[in-house]
Design a protein around this ligand. Structure first.
Ligand code: N01
Length: 543
């Protein structure tokens, strides 16, 4: 891990043009862009190093499932040419090293404070500035606030009776320690079967004496087929980097993938199976691009799901275990997972899949997990139980806008943000990849760059036009939220309980949070808004 403290370099100043919260992909690029405008910027990061989600999620097997050559910045041609990714999909350590390199290469560290959790962000209507309180007691203020707090950064720990009584070590995948954890010779329990669990299970199965995987809901996974990158392929890709990036931006997901325009229902069974098999062999979440109606038509979706069912049955030797691993839900409703041998893991005699749906976990006791009166004795417990997505990290901060309104209260019936970047009543306050942005449904890095460019351009426009503050129009915000919900209802996204809807967070109102219309539609909308003089944003001129 690269951990460089910078507190001494920045101590002293208390007034800035912009405060940025979070040092992941979004925060680092925001700092870079805003400093380019000549603004004074201070970035606060809770973690002990840069990386955001890639700093915290350092569990064994953590790896991105968007290809490394595309899951990377494009704002600097030099950077994208000089950085060498080693594998098709980058590991957490490699991505963390990359972001650390970015911080060094662009001299960002002098404006970053690490180990600095932002606790309070309050708008002062008299000074028209944001007062920001940091965990070490420091208070500063800034004219603008940019929340780069991430979509999947607030870990969820389930409320299970007795969880704290467990006497062995307990780890959450999203808060993994920065030391090697040795599971050799141990009986280990993993709670959860989402993307994080599938990755950690595959590695822990190689180490643990016995592995118990507690599954409440099975998930769909397609193979990643990760491997070292072919130098010739990299050379070719880099020779046409700008063109590749341009083409990717024209696709709903923001990454290169062939989206078959045909309906799954207009082709023969043979053609369908050929297409699914090709995608399966190719690997990656582009599987859902096999046909145009997989995510919108239940019958079409069933064909894509059935193909994965057959694959699971062909990999998993014990028919009962295979049936337990087969989801009966819509494929692509919950986030499709990528795996590196997850299903085959269950062929090992030392790996047990425990059905935690038929009989839910009763409680955790000092020596293990109790289901239907049976105690599964374990030495260590891994919680791969996900996140309070999209709003969780913001909710943890006491954010108050005009008239002291708390953002959390304003969003009690579902988050409301115009274009996913700003919320009415919170002037000069921006969110990168907020609810209502395409973010988690796309290749995050190019999407982040688009959001940050939009925000930086807006601030530059305000300066050039002598504008004091910007605040979204309530009607524009309502229309955007309603539009997104309407588009989401036209898909199969409401057909399951997912973190996209906040279903995993008790009391969270189920609203499909990310913008589902795809990256090109979103960029088009943003461009139209700018061309119409930032339509939907209210500007207050300097007096
Ligand atoms: O979290 P999840 P995640 N009892 O919410 C279970 C990204 N990501 O960290 O479905 C029993 O998907 C829960 O069960 P259920 C990616 O976008 C990407 O794995 O609620 N089980 C579920 O199985 C991903 O989608 C990468 O019934 C309980 C699991 O915990 C997102 O992050 C890698 C429970 C949570 O799964 C989140 O993934 C990792 C309880 N009380 C993450 N509470 C890559 O790029 C929860 N669960 C590859």
């Amino acid at each position: 891990m690269t951990k460089k403290k910078t507190r001494s370099a920045v101590a002293g100043a208390t007034q800035f043009d912009v405060v940025v919260v979070g040092a992941g992909f979004a925060g680092l690029y925001a700092l870079y862009r805003l400093r380019q405008l000549g603004l004074s910027v201070r970035l606060f990061e809770e973690g002990g190093g840069v990386g955001g989600t890639w700093y915290w999620n350092r569990y064994p097997g953590a790896r991105c499932d968007t290809e490394s050559l595309q899951y990377s910045y494009q704002f600097s041609e030099e950077l994208q040419q000089e950085w060498d990714w080693s594998e098709r999909y980058a590991t957490q350590p490699e991505i963390e090293r990359y972001l650390s390199h970015v911080a060094d290469r662009f001299g960002l560290r002098s404006d970053i404070e690490l180990d600095a959790r932002v606790e309070r962000v309050h708008y002062d209507e008299v000074t028209e500035r944001w007062g920001v309180a940091i965990s070490d007691g420091t208070e500063i203020d800034a004219r603008f606030c940019v929340m780069a707090t991430g979509c999947l950064s607030s870990p969820m720990t389930p409320k299970i009776d007795g969880l704290d009584s467990f006497t062995g070590p307990k780890y959450h995948t999203a808060r993994w320690p920065d030391t090697t954890v040795d599971f050799a010779g141990l009986d280990v329990g993993v709670l959860g079967t989402g993307s994080s669990a599938m990755q950690v299970v595959t590695i822990l199965a190689e180490e643990a004496k016995h592995l118990y995987v507690f599954q409440r809901t099975p998930n769909y996974a397609v193979p990643a087929w990760n491997g070292p990158l072919d130098p010739d392929y990299v050379r070719q890709f880099k020779a046409h980097y700008a063109e590749n990036r341009r083409k990717a931006k024209q696709l709903v997901s923001g990454f290169l993938c062939y989206y078959n325009p045909k309906s799954a229902l207009d082709v023969s069974q043979e053609e369908r199976d050929r297409e699914y098999e090709d995608r399966w062999r190719q690997g990656g979440i582009g599987y859902l691009g096999a046909f145009a109606d997989i995510t919108t038509n239940e019958t079409a979706n069933r064909t894509a799901a059935d193909y994965v069912h057959r694959k699971i049955r062909s990999i998993v030797e014990d028919p009962e275990v295979a049936e337990l691993l087969i989801p009966n839900s819509v494929i692509g409703c919950k986030r499709l997972c990528c795996h590196a041998g997850y299903y085959a893991t269950f062929n090992g005699d030392h790996v047990t899949l425990v059905d935690a749906k038929t009989n839910p976990i009763e409680r955790v006791v000092p020596e293990g997990v109790v289901i239907a009166g049976q105690t599964f004795r374990i030495d260590a417990l891994v919680l791969a139980t996900g996140f309070d997505a999209m709003t969780g990290a913001l909710d943890k901060i006491d954010i108050r806008g005009k008239a002291g309104t708390r953002l959390k209260d304003k969003w009690a019936n579902g988050p409301r943000a115009y274009l996913g970047v700003a919320s009415a009543g919170f002037p000069n306050f921006f969110i990168v990849t907020g609810p209502g942005s395409p973010s988690v449904l796309t290749n995050m890095v190019p999407t982040i760059e688009q959001h940050v460019d939009f925000i930086a351009d807006c601030i530059a426009h305000m300066r050039a036009s002598n504008i004091r503050s910007v605040d979204p129009d309530v009607a524009a915000e309502n229309a955007w939220v309603a539009y997104n919900d309407e588009v989401a209802h036209g898909t199969l996204r409401y057909d399951c309980a997912s973190w996209y809807l906040g279903s995993n967070v008790p009391g969270k109102k189920p609203i499909f949070m990310p913008f589902v219309g795809g990256l090109p539609a979103y960029i088009r909308k943003c461009d139209e808004v700018v061309a119409a003089g930032y339509e939907g944003f209210n500007f207050t001129p300097a007096s």
